[in-house]
Design a protein around this ligand. Structure first.
Ligand code: C5P
Length: 207
């Protein structure tokens, strides 16, 4: 079974994906980590986030393990949002994602273009969203839990900027697939969101 989850920054799709994968005994891939890993390798090498050749080379050199703590920083997220607009980079990462999905018993894959481009034939597609204010609050809480000092207004500005970039870019923009189920988590905690997602999966299995 392949479950595709898409949604904007800090919508909770990563946490939901992890929990959904554990529930169904599937593997989980947070594809944001791929773009973040490429962005970090460009930053570390002093390259610009629009350096097409360097981005493609970094994508080809990706391993299968990711240091989440080093990748989930505001600076890497910002650079990831820039490099992810490069069509050649997106193309270079397609096979990695499809190969991951193809290994039995299947996977939960989350990102921006999973239901639309990477796995258009996924068994279940979810589009997870929440208001920008709620997403900024969640992201700020994550940073605080990591001991970082943050200003919530700055986080909200960053969310708006990322939404604008992710939805307006020409290459694989963030959008809800026609056959995706919308899951608005504005008023849902993670347990309620998980229950709602499981209900969607179970309904799809009966069809
Ligand atoms: O989801 P996360 O915030 O970790 O993603 C970082 C950036 O990578 C996003 O802002 C988005 O621009 C990009 N991304 C993407 N396609 C994906 C996953 C992430 O363009 N499938």
């Amino acid at each position: 079974m392949i479950i595709a989850i898409d949604g904007p920054a800090a919508s909770g799709k990563g946490t939901l994906g992890k929990r959904l994968a554990a529930h169904y005994g599937l593997r989980h891939l947070d594809t944001g980590l791929l773009y973040r890993a490429v962005a970090k390798s460009l930053l570390d090498a002093g390259k610009r986030p629009d350096d097409v050749a360097a981005a493609v080379a970094a994508a080809k050199a990706l391993g299968s393990r990711f240091d989440e703590a080093a990748l989930k920083t505001p600076a890497v997220g910002e650079a990831a949002s820039l490099v992810s607009a490069i069509p050649e980079l997106r193309a270079a990462l397609v096979a990695f994602q499809r190969d991951f999905a193809a290994i039995p018993p299947g996977a939960v894959i989350d990102g921006r273009d999973i239901g639309t481009v990477i796995c258009p034939d996924a068994d279940v597609k979810l589009f997870v969203t929440a208001t920008p204010q709620v997403r900024a609050g969640r992201r700020a809480a994550e940073y605080r839990a990591q001991g970082k000092t943050i200003d919530e207004a700055t986080v909200l500005t960053d969310i708006f900027k990322r939404d604008e970039r992710d939805t307006s870019r020409a290459a694989s923009p963030l959008k809800q697939a026609a056959d995706a189920h919308l899951l608005d988590t504005t008023h849902l905690g993670i347990d309620a969101a998980l229950a709602a997602a499981i209900a969607v999966v179970e309904r799809s299995k009966q069809r």
